[in-house]
Design a protein around this ligand. Structure first.
Ligand SMILES: [Zn+2]
Length: 324
């Protein structure tokens, strides 16, 4: 029997601006890590070459540390086929269409490579060594420019029959609502992502409503969800209303999640989760008001713990937990 802690995988988190890589052990420990710029403008071949270079660097670290390397896990945004190893059209990598990432990286490195959606990776990371440690069922939401999601059921990642289950951001929470980038209307993402929270505040200000944020908007500085939270804390009525609405939409989605999968906990991750208790508490309060309470206790809503490392840690854990 091998010592489980010496088995490791290389995790890669491919983002639009940065590629993060780490050597990750089965318990989530990260003995080596490295980050480089994506240089997405260089195109598919250039970026895949940079990833292959990072994999080479991680292999050298593994050899130096005497760590037994299993495989490479790559986390990517957007819809993809885990089985085929093909990413369809990642939103933050312009020009990438139906790229056979797994085949290309296998050819370049000679290693076994597995690809996974980045929110699924974050869910796996938080499940094994973050906010979800010790639970059996978990749903994670990444709250950033968009809203991603990942579902862990009975300790395993749930991909569904279309391999893209967990797209909680595109749950419709408002009939005939705001248009979403995905083509639907009324998606959670169209209301409660960081960027759409800021956009709703800007729209309200442009329609003539009073707010301390007007000076920023008139000055041409792009508003952020942090601006909305800060103004809300400072007593700005418009910001308070917009933020409360964001939290209420998220609460609706958390209840939908409970009705669908009844997880032990729902983990809030991504940039907007930096608001901490200012995000978590109003969501819990709104859930409490909206819920029927017939289905037992509400899922625990928790803040993610792994921060920006969750992507590459989860990508590696995916291959360690589900080899082959
Ligand atoms: Zn959508």
């Amino acid at each position: 029997m091998k010592d489980q802690t010496t088995r490791a995988a290389i995790g890669i988190d491919l983002g639009g601006t940065a590629i993060k890589a780490g050597l990750v052990c089965r318990d989530g420990a990260v003995p080596a890590r490295q980050g480089i710029a994506t240089e997405a403008g260089g195109g598919v071949d250039h970026v895949l070459g940079r990833i292959a270079g990072l994999i080479g660097a991680m292999r050298r670290h593994a050899a130096d540390l005497g760590v037994e390397l299993e495989a490479v896990g790559v986390g990517m945004p957007g819809t993809l086929s885990h089985r085929a190893g093909v990413v369809f059209a990642p939103p933050n990598l312009p020009g990438w269409r139906n790229v056979p990432v797994v085949e290309r990286l296998r050819a370049a490195t000679g290693m076994n490579v597995v690809m996974e959606n980045d929110a699924n990776c974050a869910a796996l990371g938080e499940f094994v060594c973050g906010a979800g440690r010790g639970v059996r069922n978990l749903v994670l939401l990444t709250l950033g420019t968009g809203i991603g999601g990942g579902i862990i059921l009975d300790g395993r990642l749930w991909r569904g029959s279309n391999e893209n289950a967990g797209e909680i951001g595109h749950q419709i929470v408002q009939l005939d609502g705001r248009p979403c980038n995905c083509g639907q209307r009324g998606c959670l993402e169209a209301y409660a992502s960081a960027s759409q929270t800021a956009a709703r505040a800007v729209e309200a200000i442009r329609s003539g409503q009073a707010s301390v944020l007007r000076a920023l908007v008139d000055g041409g500085r792009p508003l952020t969800s942090e601006d909305v939270v800060q103004a809300s804390q400072a007593g700005d009525e418009l910001a308070r209303r917009v933020w409360e609405e964001t939290c209420r939409y998220l609460a609706v989605s958390c209840l939908n999640i409970q009705h669908g999968w009844a997880p032990d906990c729902i983990v809030l991750a991504g940039g907007m989760s930096g608001a901490g208790e200012l995000l978590r508490r109003p969501i819990l309060e709104a859930m409490d008001k909206l819920a029927s309470k017939l289905l037992g206790p509400l899922p625990d809503v928790r803040l993610a713990r792994l921060g920006n490392d969750a992507g590459f840690i989860g990508a590696a854990l995916g291959v360690l937990l589900e080899p082959g």
